[in-house]
Write a protein that binds this ligand. Sequence first.
Ligand SMILES: [Zn+2]
Length: 81
Amino acid sequence: MASRITTATLKAHRATWWVYVFDNDGRRTRIRKEARMRGSWPGYDVTCSCGWESRTGGATRRSVEDELWLHRYNVQTTGKP
Ligand SMILES: [Zn+2]
C-alpha cells in the first residue's frame, strides 16, 4: 500500500517522470513530462532524485509507478534501491 511509504522517504526520493515520443522516422526520444502534459503516452520511465532509474525504455505508466513504489519501499525497508 502506498500509505506505507513515509513522507521522509518521499522527500528523499523525488520522482521525475519521462515520456517517450516518436518522430516520423520512428526514432524514440525521451522528454521530461511536465504537469501540463496530460493524456497517455506511448511509454513512460521515471528517474529518482537518488539516482535510481526505472530503465524500462518505455513501459506503461502503471507498471513504472509500481517500480517506483517498489524502489521507495525497498529503500525504506532495506536501505537498498
Ligand atoms: Zn530513490
